[in-house]
Design a protein around this ligand. Structure first.
Ligand SMILES: [Zn+2]
Ligand SMILES: [Zn+2]
Length: 409
């Protein structure tokens, strides 16, 4: 029998356990565990050759690691005792010397149906953890990953992030969307930043994230916004869609209404959220690449003022206009210098404030509003300033609507 020839050659390498013997033929048949298959092969081989059944000695490949699967499972259960999870997957870091031992035999004997030690270990410890903990082994959607580090004799736990979809409004100017490192020290902490390492004390991300980190007993909370407003702009109206990534949460289930209430209480009117539903990892990319329209309300100052007719005619020219914008001077230090075309979908005058006028503008994603008004020294064409023939600037800007990807066409 061909298999028994291979068994003879394998046994010639040294003493080997039933698990490792059976695993060399692991993909040949189903319904048997590796150790059952190994045992059966060993008995057949002994009978065929009239040999006594060999006594067990430490396995030269695995060092009898499969005698310790229950022990490893107990360690996983202990390490995850105060973590909320429903599903898990086991991973094994196999010391190179073990992997190499297996591979030598595979290639020497051209074995094509062998299963690596790693997969048997993952499966056997996984079964034991499921039995002991009542949790479900689910390699596709695990809440956490438990890694058996054989060489360091320890268990490493990685908890999968959870995601929340919502919208935020920002009522206070001067708050960046995400935290900025201090320009002077790049985050290491200096006198200028009062040793916080931050350029601004708070960010939308932190105002929303801090209560979330506490509620979910998480390591971090990362805000993925559908675009971002300038630091000095408010975000009002229906709010900006975002996905909040809760990193390494030790608690996974919370009533989102309670979370929303707690975030809004802590943010104290500076920022406000509606948390609409649970989200998922792939939605982060979707939301970041969404190119919906944006609607703004701005307060504009025009040097020397202008007549209502002049203003209305300039507004008419901009309505529906394709605007060529070279990268604005104010962001040129961090963005590539190029000309892009964006449309002004709508623009209208909605009020006045003394000498200044209030405009509402709806623009394609990526339209720079401040430059649409100022002309940015000729880099944006056409512009309100260019059409009026005098300088104009945005005094304050509010974002009033951001189209979400699930709402548009
Ligand atoms: Zn072994
Ligand atoms: Zn600093």
């Amino acid at each position: 029998m061909v298999i028994l020839d291979d068994v003879e050659k394998i046994l010639a390498y040294g003493e080997i356990c039933d698990h490792c013997l059976g695993r060399f033929f692991g993909k040949l048949s189903h319904g048997l565990s590796n150790d059952e298959r190994g045992k059966a092969l060993r008995i057949s081989y002994s009978l065929q050759n009239n040999l006594p059944y060999p006594s067990a000695r430490p396995c030269w490949i695995c060092g009898d690691i499969f005698g310790k699967t229950e022990e490893w499972a107990d360690r996983v259960v202990a390490a995850t005792a105060d973590i909320e999870y429903g599903t898990f997957v086991i991973g094994t870091r196999v010391p190179p010397v073990i992997a190499e031992s297996e591979e030598i035999v595979w290639s020497d004997l051209s074995l094509s149906h062998a299963e690596p030690l790693k997969s048997e270990m993952n499966r056997e410890v996984g079964k034991a953890v499921a039995r002991k903990s009542g949790k479900v082994a689910d390699p596709k959607h695990p809440d956490l990953l438990a890694i058996l580090n054989i060489a360091h004799d320890c268990v490493e736990i990685q908890i999968r992030s959870i995601f929340i979809y919502g919208r935020y409004r920002k009522f206070e100017r001067g708050i960046p969307q995400t935290h900025w490192f201090c320009r002077a020290c790049q985050g290491s902490g200096c006198e200028k930043c009062n040793f916080t390492g931050k350029q601004y004390k708070d960010s939308v991300e932190e105002l929303i994230g801090r209560p979330i980190i506490t509620l979910f007993s998480a390591e971090n909370a990362i805000l993925h916004g559908s675009g971002r407003e300038d630091i000095d702009a408010r975000m009002v109206g229906t709010g900006r869609p975002f996905v909040m990534e809760v990193v390494a949460p030790r608690i996974r289930t919370r009533d989102l209404a309670v979370v929303q209430q707690e975030v809004n209480r802590a943010a104290d009117g500076r920022v406000e959220v509606t948390l609409e539903r649970w989200s998922f990892h792939k939605e982060v990319e979707i939301i970041k690449s969404t190119k919906g329209y944006k609607k703004y309300r701005i307060l504009v100052e025009i040097d020397g003022g202008c007549s209502l007719d002049e203003l209305q005619s300039a507004i008419q020219s901009l309505k529906g206009a394709k605007v060529n914008q070279r990268t604005p001077i104010r962001v040129a230090h961090r963005r590539a210098d190029r000309v892009r075309e964006r449309r002004v979908l709508d623009i209208s005058k909605v009020g006045e404030d003394g000498e200044r006028v209030i405009l509402e503008i709806t623009g394609e994603a990526g339209l720079y509003i401040k430059e649409l008004i100022s002309g940015d020294q000729g880099r944006t064409e056409p512009s309100l300033s260019g059409l009026l023939g005098r300088s104009a600037r945005v005094c304050s800007l509010d974002v009033v609507e951001v189209q979400g990807y699930d709402e548009g066409e």
